[in-house]
Design a protein around this ligand. Structure first.
Ligand SMILES: [Zn+2]
Length: 225
């Protein structure tokens, strides 16, 4: 199985959107939503030849090994171990880390770096799509950066403020702090909880909402034909 779910755009300058589903392997909804968005974008392109998309969007499976096994994680929660020193050490001794969450971190880091190099952009948006075990509805979890808060507001779903402060080692905190060596580009990172794991609504629809919201500013309005 490929970590990269798909990509779209890359012909016009603009924001690089990096979207992750299943950073917890038992949360497939984000992966299915990403597949759906790429299908919609391709279809739009073939039915409206004038359809243009600024920037580029790339979708990834977060925890590939856990996703294949349909489990949340192997040994450690992959969304709690993005500590800069730990990641740096893994990258330094990467030949010693060919399994478990360490391998996922190294591969995600290298995948993100490859996308940044392939499509240099002033602005990077990192979306992290989750579902929950409890029926908590749909909400967004921004970092406390202005851009992330602004994006959360635009989505018209409840916003949980400062949750990132109380969590150790989430991917988005690492990304927002620039540890993917994104400078001079700025990173806007935001997570979404899109309903319950096994609710058909969250598998089919809910994570589409933040994806549409992220794509909307990228679409160049074309004249109706
Ligand atoms: Zn999750």
């Amino acid at each position: 199985m490929n970590r990269k779910i798909g990509q779209y755009g890359g012909k016009l300058p603009g924001t690089l959107i990096l979207a992750f589903g299943a950073l917890h392997g038992n949360e497939p909804a984000g992966v299915h939503a990403l597949e759906e968005v790429f299908r919609i974008l391709e279809k739009e392109h073939s039915t409206h030849p004038g359809f243009k998309f600024r920037g580029k969007m790339v979708g990834f499976i977060g925890h590939l090994q856990a996703f294949e096994k349909k489990v949340r994680f192997l040994e450690k929660d992959l969304n709690r171990i993005w500590e800069p020193d730990f990641v740096e050490q893994l990258l330094h001794d990467k030949n010693d880390h060919t399994a478990g969450e360490a391998r996922e971190i190294i591969e995600i880091f290298e995948s993100i770096r490859a996308e940044i190099e392939a499509f240099p952009s002033q602005k990077i948006v990192l979306l992290d799509l989750h579902t929950t075990s409890a029926d908590g509805g749909i909400f967004s979890i921004p970092t406390d950066e202005t851009e992330s808060l602004a994006m959360a507001r635009e989505l018209h779903v409840p916003v949980i403020l400062r949750l990132q402060d109380s969590i150790e080692g989430p991917l988005l905190k690492f990304a927002a702090a620039g540890h993917f060596k994104t400078a001079p580009a700025t990173v806007t990172a935001i997570a979404f909880e899109a309903g319950q794991h096994d609710d058909p609504q969250s598998v089919q629809r809910a994570p589409l909402q933040p994806l549409y919201a992220a794509c909307a500013p990228q679409v160049v309005a074309t004249e109706a034909t």
